[in-house]
Ligand binder design. Sequence first.
Ligand code: TXA
Ligand code: MG
Length: 315
Amino acid sequence: MKNIYSNIYSFNSKSLKKTIKSLKQGNLVGLPTETVYGLAGNAYSGKAVKKIFKLKRRPKINPLIVHYNNFKDANKDVILNKNFYKLYKKFCPGPLTFILKKNTKSKIHSIVTANLNTVAIRFPSNRVVKTVLKFLNFPLAMPSANISSGISPVSANDVFEDFKKKLKIIINGGKSKIGIESTVIDLTGKPKILRPGIISSSEIKPFLKLSLAKKNFKIKSPGMMKKHYSPGIPIIFVGKPSKPSHAYLVFGKKFKKNPNNFNLSKKADLKEAAANLYKILRKIKKRGFKKIFVAKIPNRGSGLAINDRLLRASK
Ligand code: TXA
Ligand code: MG
């Protein structure tokens, strides 16, 4: 991808140096991860994390995920338990976020965790963010790099669309491989998935017992229930498009090619569909459609994560 904007940089030793310097000074940087692009700042610095909430217009009650290079670094701030190590061994680095108890020596700023005594931690596998983390002596608080409640970014240009030049550095790491946010699992008590993702409950079950999220369970992720991932146009799950201004979000080979049909995966591959979801929602919005109808997407594996995002986006 060509870098058309002056604050979008290719990843090389020069832009790495610039990124490290900027983060050390308490500034924010847009970084690629394997899931979606993140808005990164020093998780130990009040000055830095205040900037994240302000720039994203994120409600103060919605805590951030803290990103580390490895479990030894995370051990300084949180209490790592048996269940954590089981999943870490199997899935990390990768698209899995753990909710754990903060330890007493933790340097994570209280704004990051919205004053909770728990912390969300993740170990990204993307080469760019992993390299940046290696050069820092602090972890990175990093929400998705979009204005709160909008669509998460899967390219450097997506990040630019939301923040323009308010962000001095955006590192271009190409299209996000996974394309939707990490699976969030609460390990502070009985393990429970708070946000579905590419790593599905069926992949986690062989390693630990999952407690099912009951319908009216107390929301553990503040801000999780509100409108989210929204393209800003109505999303409708029943019926089909009837006007040229209606887009049809479809899945599988039975759907014909036409200007209103947007196929998440022609070969009916749920992982591919997840990777295409945000890119396609942005495209539909840009083309000026007024409504989005959604054809049925199988509610299993990554399909659970896709349906979760679409449902929240429709709120
Ligand atoms: O894939 C991802 O996770 C991306 C990349 C950039 O790493 N990040 C991301 O962050 O999606 P964000 O801020 O968009 O979503 C973080 C989610 C929110 O739903 C938040 O409520 C939840 O994690 N969360 C954070 N800390 C928590 C805590 N202590 N307890 C429960 N939920 C928490
Ligand atoms: Mg987000």
